[in-house]
Design a binder for this molecule. Structure first.
Ligand SMILES: Nc1nc2c(ncn2[C@@H]2O[C@H](COP(=O)(O)OP(=O)(O)OP(=O)(O)O)[C@@H](O)[C@H]2O)c(=O)[nH]1
Ligand SMILES: [Mg+2]
Length: 460
């Protein structure tokens, strides 16, 4: 056999097959060469993948959500999904049903508890009748339903659940609980904690359980409705004698829809869910940016003072591009659940100041949402005077817009006075109920974050 190689090329000489190669030797050599080529291709492929991952990590926009407990940190990720990643949102939607059922059932049980307490205390003011007793009896299966849902979603009792009841100004929801971020994610995505898929048996058990739960809830629908519309119950709610979450009214007003057998959560329903989270929640969003997909990673670290979670924020400071800080402005007259000595608005100011002054965050984009504007509006309409709780507000008009403007200026001033070097800080008044405003806010937040992200990428 004649081999054509250029004898002047030293590489060709080295790689040339030996002269007088037998067919057997040739086959063995070709096999060795093919194997070497396969390994080389594999290494190339791994290097390419690694480079792509590094590039993706660099291009990825990382956002940290911060704020005290109940500030509304769970709202921006679904809001971003609704706005920029509809497909992903549609895939996750059905799994949220169990969380909504838990919110509704938990509120019903809180009302039942309050009535039972009132009856047991033989309060002469208490005018509960035998009809109420019947309702309590008929709603008793919901205790078990709540336990089953909690078990399914992997909840834990709150560390402060055993604390003594607090004054009226501290809304301490009865029997608080947390959901662990990883178990909740796993449930949402139908996979287990370590990333393997739910076993078939587990998935079947969950489906059967959820079907049973839905059935029990559906059978209680009329009784829930009657209890919720009861005059005495409504009076207790208004007087804040029943510790209910902000979203309880929303879910219980929608009883007939939420308790139906074929119930599918709406966007609004999901945004109203109250799920106290323990541990860091990571949301990965694939956003379509004019034909080019872009990955956003949003980290939600719990905001409770007792979770020691505020210390857990720090490791994230170094790697994030932007911080969205949520300050619930409706809570000017409330105290922290975990520390009733502290006013909630004051706590937000303290946190915000610490974030602005942090040396680790000098080049991080800061966005602040003055959240729960709708609830502020309600309190002001009910005649609550802001200056009673916030003396520095002085004699300015007791109107929502004026309060929002005042607080926006205060938060901005803190950023200007405490940032180690000059920075822009984006302030928005937000509310989950105002979808149009939310959409506009998110678009401008996205533009703002992307602009600064690109600017930093160019500077690097
Ligand atoms: N009315 C109203 N409710 C809101 C608004 N933003 C959030 N909420 C509700 O407030 C509740 C608390 O919000 P979450 O997002 O669960 O609280 P969080 O900040 O994640 O709290 P932790 O998990 O304890 O750190 C939820 O039921 C939300 O639906 C708002 O602008 N208006
Ligand atoms: Mg949360």
């Amino acid at each position: 056999m004649v081999f054509n190689f250029d004898a002047a090329d030293p590489l060709a000489v080295i790689t040339a097959p030996p002269p007088n190669e037998t067919p057997g030797e040739r086959a063995a050599r070709e096999e060795r060469e093919a194997e070497a080529q396969r390994i080389s291709d594999q290494i190339d492929e791994e290097l390419r993948a690694e480079r792509a991952t590094v590039r993706k990590q660099e291009e990825m926009v990382k956002i940290l959500l911060l704020g005290q407990s109940e500030s509304g940190n769970d709202v921006p990720p679904p809001d971003f999904l609704i706005q920029f990643a509809r497909d992903q949102w549609a895939r996750e939607r059905a799994s949220w049903r169990a969380a909504i059922q838990l919110n509704a059932v938990h509120s019903v049980n809180a009302i039942v508890d309050a009535i039972e307490r009132s009856i047991a205390s033989a309060d002469p003011q208490s005018s509960f009748t035998s009809r109420h007793q019947v309702l309590l009896f008929r709603l008793s299966p919901l205790r078990r339903v709540e336990e089953d849902l909690k078990h399914m979603l992997g909840t834990r009792d709150s560390p402060d659940a055993r604390a003594p009841p607090s004054s009226l100004s501290t809304r301490r929801p009865s029997r608080e609980f947390f959901v662990c971020s990883w178990e909740w994610r796993a449930f949402l995505q139908g996979s287990s904690r370590d990333g393997h898929h739910h076993s078939h048996a587990q998935a079947t058990r969950d489906t059967v359980n959820l079907d049973n739960i839905t059935e029990v809830i559906a059978q209680c629908a009329d009784d829930i409705q009657e209890l919720w519309e009861d005059e005495l119950v409504q009076r207790m709610v208004q007087r804040r004698e029943i510790a209910l979450e902000d979203s309880a009214t929303f879910f219980l007003d929608a009883t007939s829809r939420i308790t139906s057998r074929g119930y599918h959560p709406t966007d609004d329903d999901i945004l109203r869910i109250r799920l106290r989270t323990l541990g860091v929640q990571e949301h990965e969003l694939t956003i379509d940016d004019e034909g080019k997909t872009q990955t956003w990673k949003i980290y939600d670290v719990g905001g409770s003072r007792t979770q020691a979670s505020r210390r857990a924020w720090v490791p994230y400071f170094e790697q994030v591009n932007a911080i969205i800080f949520l300050a619930p402005i409706s809570c000017f007259d409330e105290r922290l659940t975990e520390d009733p000595r502290v006013n909630r608005l004051e706590d937000s100011f303290i946190l915000w100041k610490a974030i602005c002054s942090s040396q680790l965050l000098t080049s991080t984009t800061l966005v602040i949402f003055l959240n729960k504007k709708d609830l502020l509006d309600k309190k002001i309409a009910a005649g609550i005077q802001v200056k009673t709780y916030l003396p520095s507000y002085g004699d300015k008009p007791n109107e929502t817009n004026s309060v929002v403007k005042y607080l926006a200026t205060k938060f901005k001033e803190t950023a200007v006075n405490h940032s180690p070097k000059p920075r822009t800080c984006h302030v928005y008044a937000t509310s989950v109920v105002d979808k149009r405003a939310t959409a506009q806010t998110l678009v401008s937040v996205r533009i703002g974050i992307m602009k600064e992200h690109l600017k930093k990428a160019i500077l690097l």
